[in-house]
Design a protein around this ligand. Structure first.
Ligand code: TTP
Ligand code: MG
Length: 366
């Protein structure tokens, strides 16, 4: 029997419609209205995509990754704004600072989500709702943002639970509810099971997490190898991975899936520029320099290719990043294949010392 002392209490916190809520928090006139953060729609002729949409805009069918022209057709009366990365970084670090107060350990996963291990902060699962309400109230009061929180004995279920009831949701999955909570959900709810694995599972007659859990582990491993072992365990509510307090970043990346596969490479170049901009912002805010630039391209048939180049010196220049990404993409352009996703990644990172930081600001290296 497992001793109750070993049962962890893990929170997954995810801000609701983050970029849009951030804009609404600093501009009251945008609140409770359809708001779309992304490319300029240019009265329906604009290119580029939606980064995110407020829940009011989502009612019209607008969502992340959609071409901005389509969003404009669905919701011409929404307010459209370009992203303000600095604001998002600022609010993100404010939220993380608040969350740290409530946690034994905190692991930031992206700009708007984090795992918290709060095992020693509460007596048991009956006590956790009070802590979660305090977290939500503090974030709301200090930043104006709402978030959705999932609580569970492990990270993967906590993540599924935070997505279960959005926006402003709270879903607590107690240890004895693990399998009944997971069973009816589609396998795609497991973070890491993408469309490809989903299709393969469907071929085996597996649609729900419960169906996955009830197959033998050997059979799943036979089809998916090491990945199968991992997904079968998750489906059975087993995930021992720890909330990792701090890590030195190995890489920074950003990627975008297109709503429809495209062969207009003009758009791809534009998106590469946008992604470089995002990556360059994180580099700047977290004081990193990079030496290796890579791009990832996923084609319409899910075939995925990567290409990388290492520079002579470390830099944090956005312009260098954009230029290198363009060069790397040229090789793919020759193929003329339809593209589903592109990504930009920098690695070989080095922290900038405070002195270097001042110097970089002074010479205007952005
Ligand atoms: P998400 O947490 O996936 O989305 P969200 O916070 O906008 O909405 P939700 O309420 O469903 O959590 O992503 C966080 C931010 O990351 C989002 O506000 C905008 C950005 N983002 C992109 O730039 N591109 C994307 O494809 C997605 C999904 C998000
Ligand atoms: Mg979010």
């Amino acid at each position: 029997m497992v001793s109750s002392a070993l049962v962890r209490i893990i929170l997954h916190v995810d801000i609701d419609a983050f970029y849009a809520s951030a804009e609404q928090s600093v501009n009251p006139s945008l609140r409770n209205k359809p708001l779309i953060v992304g490319a300029d729609p240019k009265e329906g002729k604009g290119r580029g995509v939606v980064l995110t949409a407020s829940y009011e805009a989502r009612k019209y069918g607008v969502h992340s990754g959609q071409p901005i022209s389509q969003a404009y057709r669905l919701c011409p009366n929404a307010t459209y704004v370009r992203p303000n990365w600095q604001l998002y970084e600022q609010l993100s670090s404010k939220v993380i600072t608040i969350l740290k107060v409530f946690a034994d350990k905190l692991e930031q996963v992206s700009i708007d989500e984090a795992f918290l291990d709060v095992t020693s902060k509460v007596t048991d699962y009956n006590d956790v709702a009070n802590l979660v309400r305090a977290v939500k109230n503090t974030i709301k009061r200090e930043t104006g943002l709402t978030c959705s929180i999932g609580v569970a004995p492990n990270k993967s279920v906590a993540k599924i639970a935070s997505d279960f009831n959005k926006p402003d949701g709270l879903t607590i999955v107690k240890p004895n509810q693990l399998t009944s909570f997971l069973a009816p959900l589609p396998v795609s709810k497991i973070s890491g099971i993408g469309p490809k694995s989903q299709k393969l599972l469907e071929g085996l007659g597996i649609r729900t997490i419960g169906e996955l859990a009830s197959h033998s582990m050997e059979e799943i491993v036979k089809h998916f190898g090491k990945n199968g072992f991992w997904m079968w365990n998750i489906a059975n509510g087993i995930d021992k991975s720890e909330v990792v307090e701090y890590y030195e970043r190995k890489s920074i990346s950003a990627e975008r899936t297109f709503e429809e596969d495209i062969d207009d490479y003009g758009i791809v170049y534009k998106i590469l520029e946008l992604l470089s901009d995002e990556v360059a912002n994180v580099l700047k805010n977290e004081s990193y320099l990079f030496k290796t630039v890579g791009i990832k391209v996923r084609f319409a048939d899910f075939d995925t290719a990567t290409k990388a180049r290492t520079l002579k010196d470390h830099t944090n220049s956005k312009q260098v990043l954009i230029t290198r990404c363009r060069e790397l993409f040229k090789d793919f352009e020759k193929d003329g294949r339809r593209i589903r996703l592109v990504g930009v990644r920098v690695s070989n990172l080095k922290k900038v010392s405070p002195v270097q930081k001042d110097l970089l600001a002074w010479i205007g290296n952005d």
